[in-house]
Structure formats: structure tokens, C-alpha cells
Write a protein that binds this ligand. Sequence first.
Ligand code: CMC
Length: 437
Amino acid sequence: MQEVNPELVKYATLTIPGHDPIQLPVLKGTMGPEVIDIRALGKQGYFTYDPGFVSTAACSSRITFIDGPKGVLLYRGYPIDQLANKANYLQTCYLLLKGDLPTKEQYEHFEYEVKHHTLIHEQITSLFKAFRRDSHPMAIMCGIAGALSAFYHDNLDIYDPEHREKTAIRLIAKMPTLAAMAYKYSIGHPFVYPKNDLSYAGNFLHMMFATPCEDYKVNPVIERAMDKIFILHADHEQNASTSSVRLAGSSGANPYACIAAGIASLWGPAHGGANEACLRMLEQIGSIDRIPEFIARAKDKNDPFRLSGFGHRVYKAYDPRAVVMRETCHEVLNELHIKDHPILDVATELEKIALSDEYFIERNLYPNVDFYSGIILNAIGIPTSMFTVIFALARTVGWIAHWTEMQEMPESRIGRPRQIYVGKTLRQVKAMQRRKK
Ligand code: CMC
């Protein structure tokens, strides 16, 4: 793959009293702000301190670009709304993995490959049975994705591009099967096998909702909405879960185990778990008259409560994914003839009130992708505990695209953040009878 290096545009001078000025290269990528290259600082005896990596780029990447202040999201240069409206999820997967949208022939080949890897090893079905019936499906997904590494390890050479591609195909193909199995297991239904004559999204719906006694007829509006949800969640550059996959992968670990690390990171309510948390919050609010109470709680520094589905580390404008999600939400509710939807009413009003509130305006807190996705999934009949699983299913392509990119880049090294040590200074171990509380 062709290397695109950031351009050196100037030098910044760092002045530290008692030390000669340090020249630091200032780099510019193809888009985005200038970046100070601090790699030389360690050799000078200094580290930088940046909890949460708010000001730190840990890698260069060609996959996804976000302009937070403007609310722009591009996959390989293409705006997210165009992809959502003019492409489908498998085309988007191809784009993220290979850098360009597929031609018809390329697409047919890719789709064939994905569809012919949807089955999982039959032995994996017994792994599900080891989980408690009431396990959260994200717990199951962490375990099962990690377990895939046991099925694909000895013959997997992560330095071989063909093996990496096969891994990506396998993951994209098998995640819907595993996700649907996690759901079926939780409700005590038999697993439903994939059907290769259906689309990617249609097949997922089929595996979720068909039973051995009854077929599931895929509604094209719901199928398209599901596919859009997959597209909108497919990648988001160096978020916590993708960074977890990269960090795990930087040591040369098995890629399936790295994906398990991504799933674990995604689960938290500050990240992918926000879609579940958001719907639960909207249900808890329940009616429009209770919104002021929850807004007040969100603003109260002594209350850990936050408005789920609001705010973003990078976006300081309306999340472009939320725009598409809101439109899709209305399409789905119309299709299902859902006229009175109390949760949607609460969401619409909450958005209106929050967007005109000084606290939210000052902090640039806008609805994010998770604000409307839960309402759509809920209307389709997907249980709340499965929302983050669907995010994980869709984000798998982003994770594996970043993992692949990292393996290909000569600059990649094992990830190893530094720290400021604030613990005890050197002291001596005393015999137990001489230790005091
Ligand atoms: N409700 C109330 N206040 C908020 C919220 C919120 N949802 N989000 C941020 N703030 C406040 C925060 O208290 C802080 O106020 P102050 O400056 O007075 O201390 C200020 O806004 C900046 O917040 P922050 O915590 O420094 O921002 P962050 O970049 O560390 O956190 C976030 C980003 C997404 C974790 C956070 O906005 C949040 O917890 N949102 C709710 C959870 C959520 O919806 N997450 C999904 C993100 S999009 C999907 C994904 O990519 O995973």
C-alpha cells in the first residue's frame, strides 16, 4: 500500500528553563489541524502529560477524518450522509478496508466472500451454553469474540496480507451470526442459521427474528434502516474501542482477541453503551413534564447523571450521524404506523430544551449518534440490551481496518503510554510485626 506521510511545515520551539531550546517538527496531514511531533522529547528526558489523550495523536491514519467543530465525518474522503444514502454497509466495509468504493465486480466478489463465511464453527454453539441465561449479550460477545482466537490462531500469520484480509472477511461475516445467537440464547430460542440469499442487514434481521417454526419476512424499509445504522457506526477514527484494538494489536496479539478488547471498551456507557443508556434514560424520563428535572440533574456537578446521547469528545457541533439517524427514525416510525411514540416525543422535546439551554450551548453539547438509534432499534423490536451489540457488530469493520492499517505501517510500534508517578518514594520493607497501620 502506498505510504502517505504527513508534511513537515515548520518547527516549533519548546523552551524549558535550564535546557537548550528544543526544536519540534510541526506536521500537517492531508486535512485537519497541524500537529506537533514530540517523538524526540523522550530522548531529552521529558514526557508529555495528557490524560484521556485529549491533545495527543497516537498514530497517523488514512481511514476516517472528523472535523469536530464543523460536524464533518468522512470515511476515506466520502461524507457519511452520502454513504448512508447512496451506498450500503458492505460497500462501506470494502471502502474502509481497501480505500475505495468497489466496482460492481469487486462488490460481487466481496459480497460472495462475506456471505460464504457467515457460518460459525459448530463447536462455538456449545460455548454459548456455558453462559448464564441472564448474561448481558455484551458479556457474551466479549467472551465469544475472544474465543474465536482459539479457532483461528496457529495457521494465522498476521504479517501475511492475505491472512489479514481473510481475518477481516471472517469477522465481518460472523459478527451478525454471533450477535443474533447471543440474543437467541438470552431468550431461550434455538439459534437461526444465516441465509445467504438475503442482504447483510436482512440476514441479521432474519437470524434475530425467524424461528424454526416461522419465517421472518424482511421489510425493505427496516432492512435499509438497519443497514444505515451499520454504516453510521462503521468507523470513527481513534475512539476508545478502536484505540483499544490498536493497543492490543500493537503487541502482535491475535486479531480476534484484539476485537474482544474493542468490544470490552465499547461496552461502557460513555462510549457504545450510551445507546442502551439513552433509551433507558428516555424511558425513565417518561413524559415531557419531567424533562426539566433531568436537565437540572445533568447540570448538577454533585450528581453523576449525564444526558446520555449528548456530547462528544470530538464533535463540538451536531453529530452528522445523528442527522441521518433522526431522518431514519421518522422513516421507520412511519413505516410501522407508529403515530404516538412517547419516547420519541420525550427525545424531541429534550433535544429542543437542551439545545436552547445555556449550559449545553456553552459546552457545545449536541445530540450524538446514540440519541436516535435506540428509538429506531426499539421500534424494530430489538431489545435494549442488544443495542450495544449492534454497535459492536457494525464497528468491527472499523476495528479490523485500523488493526490492518497498523500492521502495514512501518511507524507502528508497541503502544506504551508513560505516566507521572505520584506514589511513595523509595522505602524499605519491614518485618510484619514491625509494620504499623
Ligand atoms: N450531560 C451533561 N453534561 C455533559 C455531558 C452530558 N451528556 N457531556 C459533557 N458534559 C459536560 C461535562 O460535565 C463538562 O462540564 P464542565 O466543563 O463544567 O466540567 C463538559 O461538558 C465537557 O465534558 P467532558 O466530560 O470533559 O467531555 P469528554 O470529551 O471527556 O466526554 C463524552 C465526552 C461523550 C464521554 C461525554 O459527553 C458524555 O459522557 N456523554 C454522554 C454519554 C454519550 O452519549 N456517549 C456517546 C458518545 S457518541 C458514541 C460513541 O462514539 O461512542
